[in-house]
Design a protein around this ligand. Structure first.
Ligand code: G1P
Ligand code: ZN
Length: 564
């Protein structure tokens, strides 16, 4: 074996102008990373260059991904570049895998300076699918705009990158591997860790596993079905739910991570997780859940596939928060939701006199509040829920939270949800996604709607659909001033709020890699009529939303790609 120090090369490169991270990292088609010379190298070098050399040398950096196609190739390059860029120590997930919540957990546990997470989340994978790179900071959460802008600026002027091409890492063996390099930053240490165990340990300290074990495998146990959709969360589900909490093996399906997620879109919603809903329809299972590829999203289902909207799920967890041992000890400092998420949470906050924050879409805004000790529980309508145990949304945590509430209340999902609506009334909510829209058409529509709602006569304007009349009370382009650092984030969605509290919101998604995604969020509240069909209740608002935006006319579409 050759024990001579590994060579460190400086390789000239040319910049790209489009490496601006979106809502959640840089997402591009796999072929972009494969065919554009040094596309990956440039972005990774820009991440390293954004960290002060002294900070790099003295600290650890975490690396892991959701296992999608190109994950292994990217990890190999990242390790070689980390060594050449003087990173002191790398902490890498076993086989290069790590769920997003586990990555946040590991960053915090090892007091790392940050982490690189390889995922395009719920976007499809495979050679024709998407790949993504996310940079998280020392708090375990997504980097804020200041940092992502710095990375973007560096990527626009990059001239060279450093790499150690001879470095070969064994991702299959847990433990430390040390490499000698022919530069001053030696030795370079890589530690392959069992992120599943680190994460399981965190969950053991948040929930009462004895109670959960009784619920899931005791004498009168309930039957559950969890669908990992071939994403990275499968091994976490198996270890925690099956090995530890005693669920039978067949309660957890699609738990082997696959490079193309079995050809499916790893997106836990009514369309892409329809299999799970179908299987649950006949009533064989009391509880169901699905996760996305990197394990940060969750969809909660009750018996017969009863769908709990993420906005309701968040409100229910908030209302029952003291069933969870972690919050009994830590107390609850604040609640938060992203702006488009329904106001069901607001009612709980008001009743419990807990502070409520309304943030722009994306998890990074919650992290700031949590770091300042202002926030304990938060969520988004896009199937994200979490507490302040980490700085990412956490799909499995949400499942354990629901199971804890079921155990504590001795009620079914349906009973819990109905009790909630009876107590607070119901916020009916739906989201229409129009995917793959021509970018110019989408931007033009947003500009026109913004102009229209900015007109001083727009407020008080009435819209009638059949016997329903809605009067505009307020309309704006949502902007957020961070209560911690006073930073202002503008252009976060066009809101039309009616006098009865109903809302129409238009936003352009920031996570698609193909064209634009137009999202329309619709919400209305009813104190008494809590058992209506969501789509029926919201149909008049949908008609108004389409009339105002002329979306179908502008795009030639006849309906949304996905309705949630
Ligand atoms: C979408 C969701 C948003 C979520 C993000 C990352 O972003 O809408 O709530 O934080 O994915 O999972 P968007 O494409 O809407 O910008
Ligand atoms: Zn995700």
């Amino acid at each position: 074996m050759d024990n001579s120090p590994l060579r460190v090369l400086t390789v000239p490169t040319s910049p790209y102008s489009d490496q601006k991270p979106g809502s959640n990292g840089l997402r591009r088609k796999v072929h972009v990373f494969q065919s554009r010379k040094n596309y990956l190298h440039n972005f990774i070098q820009s991440i390293f260059s954004s960290i002060d050399l002294r900070d790099r040398q003295g600290s650890a950096l975490v690396v892991g991904g959701d296992g999608r196609f190109f994950n292994q190739t990217a990890i190999e390059v990242i390790v070689q570049m980390a060594a050449a860029n003087g990173v002191g120590r790398l902490i890498v997930g076993h086989h290069g895998l790590m769920s997003t919540p586990a990555c946040s957990c590991v960053i915090r546990k090892f007091k790392a300076i940050g982490g690189i997470i390889l995922t395009a989340s719920h976007n499809p994978a495979g050679p024709d699918g998407d790949f993504g790179i996310k940079f998280n900071t020392a708090n375990g959460g997504p980097a804020n705009d200041g940092i992502t802008n710095k990375i973007f600026q560096l990527s626009r002027t990059i001239e060279e990158f450093a790499i150690c091409p001879g470095l070969r890492l064994d991702l299959t063996t847990l433990g430390k591997q040390t490499f000698d390099l022919e530069n001053k930053f030696k030795p370079f240490i890589v530690e392959i860790v069992d992120a599943v165990e680190s994460y399981a340990n965190l969950m053991r300290n948040i929930f009462d596993f004895a109670t959960l074990k009784e619920l899931l495998s005791g004498e009168n146990h309930i039957k559950i079905r969890l669908d990992a959709m071939h994403g990275v969360v499968g091994p976490y589900v198996k270890r925690i739910l099956c090995d530890e909490l005693g669920c039978p093996d067949n309660c957890a399906v699609n738990c082997v991570p696959m490079e193309d997620f079995g050809g499916h879109r790893p997106d836990p919603n009514l369309i892409y997780a329809a299999d799970l809903i179908d299987i649950m329809r006949d009533g064989a299972y009391d509880f169901g859940a699905a996760f996305d590829s990197d394990g940060d999203r969750n969809m909660i289902l009750g018996k017969h596939g009863l769908f709990v909207t993420p906005s309701d799920s968040l409100a229910v967890i908030a209302d029952n928060i003291f069933c969870i041992p972690y919050f009994q000890h830590s107390g609850v400092r604040g609640l938060a939701r992203s702006m488009p998420t329904s106001a069901a949470l607001d009612r709980v906050a008001k009743a419990t006199k807990i502070e409520l924050y309304e943030t722009p879409t994306g998890w990074k805004f919650f992290g700031n509040l949590m770091d300042a000790g202002l926030l304990s529980l938060c969520g988004e309508e896009s199937f994200g829920t979490s507490g302040d145990h980490i700085r990412e949304k956490d799909g499995l945590w949400a499942v354990l939270a629901w199971l804890t509430i079921m155990a504590s209340r001795r009620q079914s999902v349906e009973e819990i949800l109905q009790y909630h609506w009876l107590k607070y009334g119901r916020n009916y909510f739906t989201r229409y996604d129009y995917e793959n829209i021509d970018i110019d058409a989408a931007c033009e529509m947003m500009e026109d709607v913004e102009l229209m709602i900015a007109d001083k006569n727009f407020v008080r304007q009435r819209f009638a659909v059949e016997d329903k009349i809605y009067q505009v009370e307020k309309a704006d382009n949502f902007e957020y001033t961070d209560p911690v650092d006073s930073s202002i984030t503008r252009n976060q969605g066009l809101r039309i709020i009616f006098s009865d509290g109903s809302r129409i919101i238009y936003r352009l998604g920031g996570t698609s890699s193909d064209g634009a995604t137009v999202r329309i969020y619709l919400e209305t509240y009813d104190k008494e009529a809590i058992f209506q069909e969501t789509q029926v209740v919201l149909a008049p608002l949908a008609t108004i939303a389409l009339k105002i935006s002329q979306l179908h006319h502008r795009t030639g579409r006849t309906g949304p790609s996905v309705i949630t």
